[in-house]
Design a binder for this molecule. Structure first.
Ligand code: SF4
Ligand code: SF4
Length: 199
């Protein structure tokens, strides 16, 4: 539109006036929208200082409650694209020595199929969504809170070994007593005292 050019003839004058009316009308419409948003609460989040709230059931990054994980591998098997890698060694007392529990976010499609079948409900998808890395290899994330074993695990293992040993000794003694009984040998009070003295 050109307001400066001189309108020529009745048609030129009417177009010139229409341009002025349109300009004023569209400016008023535009400014009314601007003014409306000027007085409303801003919706911009200054990421990463400010985080956008996510829905309660948002499927973000996984987290593991390693304390209660029983290393059953159900999550690993349930994952349709083999993102989860679990390596451990089971010791007496059901103590797990952890070597690896990792998740490959290069592949993960955040379907949550690994979480539903967990028998002790210890793997979850959290609300954290930031996974900014400089290298793709960093997208293989370690979910373990610790690796190897904790001090209390060694105590549990030793207690389990002692218990098993005691049980085996009791079973052997019982077996020996049954064998002696079958052979017609009844231990005398002296024998029993001897056994106690030896202990
Ligand atoms: S969310 Fe889905 S793709 Fe990702 S690890 Fe779990 S089962 Fe696999
Ligand atoms: S399914 Fe649950 S308990 Fe079993 S290994 Fe996975 S996280 Fe651990």
């Amino acid at each position: 539109m050109n307001f400066t050019s001189t309108p020529t003839g009745p048609l030129g004058l009417s177009r010139w006036l229409r341009n002025i009316v349109d300009t004023v009308r569209t400016t008023v419409i535009g400014m009314s929208i601007t003014i409306k948003y000027f007085f409303t609460k801003p919706v911009t989040y200054e990421y990463p200082e400010q985080r956008m709230p996510v829905a309660p059931r948002y499927r973000g990054l996984h987290y593991l409650e390693q304390d209660i994980c029983i290393a059953c591998r159900v999550c690993e098997k349930a994952c349709p694209i083999d993102c989860i890698e679990i390596r451990f060694e089971r010791h007496p007392g059901n103590v797990n020595e952890w070597f690896e529990f990792s998740l490959d976010y290069n592949k993960c499609m955040h379907c949550e199929l690994c979480c539903y079948p967990c028998p002790v409900d210890c793997i979850h998808m959290g609300r954290e969504y930031s996974l900014v890395k400089y290298d793709r290899s960093e997208l293989i994330v370690d979910l373990m809170a610790w690796d190897g074993m904790r001090d209390k695990d060694h105590v549990t293992i030793q207690a389990a070994i002692d218990k098993k040993k005691k049980k085996a000794e009791e079973a052997a003694a019982k077996k020996a007593a049954q064998a002696a009984k079958a052979a017609g040998y009844e231990p005398s009070a002296e024998d029993e005292n001897e056994g106690e003295d030896e202990e």
